[in-house]
Design a protein around this ligand. Structure first.
Ligand code: KIV
Ligand code: ZN
Length: 511
């Protein structure tokens, strides 16, 4: 058996299924480029049949990405599979990922219709046939076909073995064993993988992949148990984002394999020094911040603060460090960026962060950098990423904030007045609300004559200290149920909120 573990990244598909997140095709392409630098083996770019935008995302990623295989998801339904084949037409290494639910709970719950059979036994026979037919059809669109046995973690093992055998016979090259609901525990999941190797007669013709969810906080442990028992592909996402409690965090899986190579005896092809940068790019684009105590990429993952630890660390870093920050892309020494840093210092830091800008782009970034630096003592890397994000994905500014005034306090009725430039015409309005943000948004709705629904509002400090930049992320729902994400950054949180709201309105106006 190979001693290499393939890394399958599903940040752009399962990761993006995290509640309240949505990525457009250009944002997906930006992340895919970074995943290619990280050197993942497979990028699952999306689910083409789910929406025209996702179809386009897969197409764009497939056209451009050279190293990793580009994969697209489908149900075991001909139209889905055909959409995958079409979206992947220009991929250098296309992979179609198709599959179906195999646990009794999924079969009885999702395939209730009598057309799938009247008894559970009849339905199971039908699902088995659908699985094999789906793989056969997918093989017409790609030589590389991965089959997922959804909810394998709760399936009847004997039935699971039969389905897997049929999928391999139909041409599957990779078998994905998902613990869809994060129900299993490591010993049990490891034993399941071992039993698949022992009981599926044609298993030598396929690679076993593990796809674990984190409902009980066990996704990484379960994935590693799978690898210990013969899986040679691990699926997961950057920062562990995904449906409900998320997926296995790839940076954790890879660093566990690397740091404990003495135990696992296995390697990946991942360029681990790209982890930090990838983590922050994904966090920024999805508006989901990374908790400071997050393993491998959290802000505190390589910070030492208590006296005993600092003393030991300074004498010999291995006393309290099992990995080196440089190995995951954190710079060892830090240059403090301030308003006096100058263009050369800024260009150097941007280069280290992976952004090569043209002289004109650097000029524009420098002006925005100065505006931020004037308000803060120090400009952090996250500030730069936030500034660049606004530049990389500019949206036509239908509405521009000219002026914001608000009045609030413990004994006052929150009131806000805004002046906007709307396609060149200046308009003003004032409103009261439950708080200054609510008042400002109402004033904006009035002056723009829009009725977008605010479905999510999140605020976080992107940097530390009282001079931090506040970043507000909103999700707005416009006419026809179209949802967009708006972001705003400012040292003033009310201003950041208004900017985020206007960013969202501008995106809705551009749809
Ligand atoms: O969790 C899961 O079962 C999945 C499949 C669609 C692969 O994401
Ligand atoms: Zn999943």
């Amino acid at each position: 058996m190979s001693d290499k573990v393939a890394i399958f990244d599903t940040t752009l598909r399962d990761g993006e299924q995290a509640a309240g997140t949505r990525l457009g095709s250009r944002e997906k392409l930006t992340i895919a480029r970074q995943l290619a630098r990280l050197n993942v083996d497979v990028i699952e770019a999306g689910y083409p049949a789910s929406s025209p935008e996702d179809f386009k995302s897969v197409q764009l990623v497939a056209q451009e990405i050279q190293g990793p295989s580009v994969c697209a998801l489908s149900r075991a339904v001909p139209a889905d599979i055909e959409a995958c084949a079409k979206a992947l037409a220009k991929a250098r290494r296309p992979r179609i990922h198709t599959g179906i639910g195999v646990s009794d709970i999924h079969i009885a719950g999702k395939f209730r219709d009598e057309k799938y059979g009247r008894t559970l036994g009849e339905k199971k026979a039908r699902i088995l046939k659908m699985a094999a037919d789906a793989v056969r059809l997918a093989r017409r669109g790609a030589d590389d076909v991965e089959f997922y046995a959804e909810d394998a973690g709760r399936a009847d093992p004997a039935y699971l073995f039969e389905v897997l055998e049929a999928a391999i016979a139909a041409g599957a090259t990779v078998l994905n064993i998902p613990d869809t609901t994060g129900y299993t525990v490591p010993e049990q999941f490891g034993a399941l993988i071992r039993s698949i190797r022992e009981n599926v007669p044609n298993i030598a013709r396929a690679v076993i992949s593990v796809h674990c969810h984190n409902d009980l906080g066990l996704a990484v442990a379960n994935s590693l148990a799978g690898v210990r028992n013969g899986a040679r592909q691990v699926e997961g996402t950057i920062n562990g984002i995904g449906e409900r409690a998320g997926n296995a965090a790839l940076e954790e899986v890879v660093m566990a394999l690397r740091t404990r190579r003495d135990y696992f005896g296995l390697a990946t092809g991942i360029e681990t020094r790209e982890f930090y940068r990838t983590s922050r790019l994904v966090a920024d684009m999805l508006g989901m911040s990374v908790p400071p105590n997050k393993a491998v990429v959290g802000g505190n993952a390589f910070s030492h603060s208590s006296g005993i630890h600092v003393d030991g660390f300074l004498k010999q870093r291995e006393t309290y460090e099992i990995m080196h920050p440089e190995d995951v892309g954190l710079p060892e020494s830090r240059v403090v960026l301030t308003a006096r840093t100058g263009r050369a210092g800024l260009r150097d830091r941007l280069k280290k962060l992976g952004y090569a800008l043209s002289p004109e782009e650097l000029d524009r970034t420098y002006q925005r950098f100065l505006a931020v630096a004037d308000k803060k003592q120090e400009v952090f890397d996250e500030d730069l990423v936030a500034i660049l994000h606004d530049q990389i994905h500019p949206v036509p500014e239908t509405y521009r904030l000219e002026y914001l005034h608000f009045y609030s306090g413990t004994a006052a009725i929150p009131t806000a007045a805004v002046r906007l430039s709307i396609k060149g015409e200046v308009k003003e309005a004032a409103a009261v609300g439950d708080g200054p943000v609510d008042a400002a948004c109402k004033a904006i709705a009035q002056v723009t004559n829009t009725s977008a629904r605010l479905v999510r509002y999140e605020i976080r400090a992107v940097t530390s200290g009282t001079g931090a930049l506040g970043e507000v992320t909103v999700n707005l729902e416009g006419a026809g149920g179209r949802r967009v994400m708006g972001r705003g950054v400012s040292t003033d949180v009310i201003e950041a909120s208004v900017k985020a709201y206007l960013d969202g309105l501008n995106k809705l106006a551009a749809l």
